[in-house]
Design a protein around this ligand. Structure first.
Ligand SMILES: C[S@@+](CC[C@H](N)C(=O)[O-])C[C@H]1O[C@@H](n2cnc3c(N)ncnc32)[C@H](O)[C@@H]1O
Length: 262
């Protein structure tokens, strides 16, 4: 594994205060904070959103199986821990293409028979849904949650993020849930500068910062009905407490929401 270059997974781990990162990741985060000083608060609020969303899907929607696309490195309150607090029977498949996530992700599994980690590209819908571990845990006759949390900005336009979401939705039965959010900015200068920094740093393993309109377009699929409060800065998606830490500046935000499949 090459640790001389930063990766999205390890930079995000550093922003969350995790242990699975290297000097190259910490240096890249320091550069990023010069352009977008609110990024640490943004990352913490994104993670809090992920926890609220999984709780809501398990508790209020009654869904018991989750596929977490671009799951990232193990941290506190991973999807299976949150979902299994609601019901120990919840099943979770994690999907990531970063070898580091796999090396450390075994910690995630915790010898938990209802959890699996698949090394795959999330755009390879057939490969993910056809994977042995996926088929062992996920019964597509039952509603399933597909999570694309803070991952779509890792894809270029050529990788066709909309096509990936559309193919995934096509595989899910009615009653399923789809969560999508990504980094957006109103400011073209920020969009270009951060995209450049991340693409150069990761050797091209990144996509781009987009606009709120781009994220709205991801949900423009016939079978999707967006849940309240709609598509928002995810910090304000059904907050369960005062927002802390608040983003002091809003040069970019994590924007998206949750839809049900009809
Ligand atoms: C910013 S982290 C998000 C982690 C987690 N979803 C969260 O919101 O806390 C993005 C993750 O997406 C993964 N990723 C990026 N492109 C991917 C791809 N094409 N297929 C699978 N995983 C990918 C990265 O390796 C990284 O772990």
């Amino acid at each position: 594994m090459d640790v001389s270059r930063p990766t999205a997974a390890r930079m995000y781990d550093h922003l969350l205060g995790g242990r699975f990162n290297h000097p190259s990741d910490r240096e890249a985060v320091a550069e990023l904070l010069k352009i977008a000083p609110s990024t640490k608060e943004l990352a913490l609020n994104n993670r809090a959103f992920l926890v609220r969303v999984v709780e809501t899907i398990a508790r209020d929607f009654g869904i018991r199986q989750f596929v977490d696309f671009g799951s990232g490195l193990p941290t506190q309150d991973n999807v299976h821990q949150v979902a299994q607090r609601v019901d120990r029977g919840c099943r979770v498949v994690y999907v990531d293409n970063d070898p580091h996530v796999h090396a450390y992700g075994r910690l995630l599994l915790d010898e938990n028979p209802r959890v699996a980690l698949i090394k795959a590209d999330m755009t390879d819908t057939e490969g993910v849904f056809g994977h042995r571990h996926f088929r062992d845990l996920i019964n597509l006759a039952e509603p399933t949650a597909a999570l694309f949390v803070s991952v779509v900005h890792c894809l270029t336009d050529q990788q066709d993020p909309f096509g990936m979401i559309q193919r995934t939705v096509a595989k899910l039965p009615a009653g399923s849930a789809v969560v999508v959010c990504q980094l957006v900015s109103d400011d073209e200068v920020v969009r270009d500068a951060v995209t450049q920094l991340m693409c150069d740093g990761t050797g091209g393993h990144w996509g781009r910062v987009r606009t709120e309109a781009d994220v709205r377009a991801y949900f423009d699929i016939d079978r999707l009905r967006i849940e309240k409060p709609g598509l928002v800065d995810v910090t304000y998606w059904r907050p369960d407490r005062d927002v802390f830490p608040r983003q002091r500046t809003l040069e970019w935000i994590e924007f998206g929401g949750v839809a049900r499949v009809v």
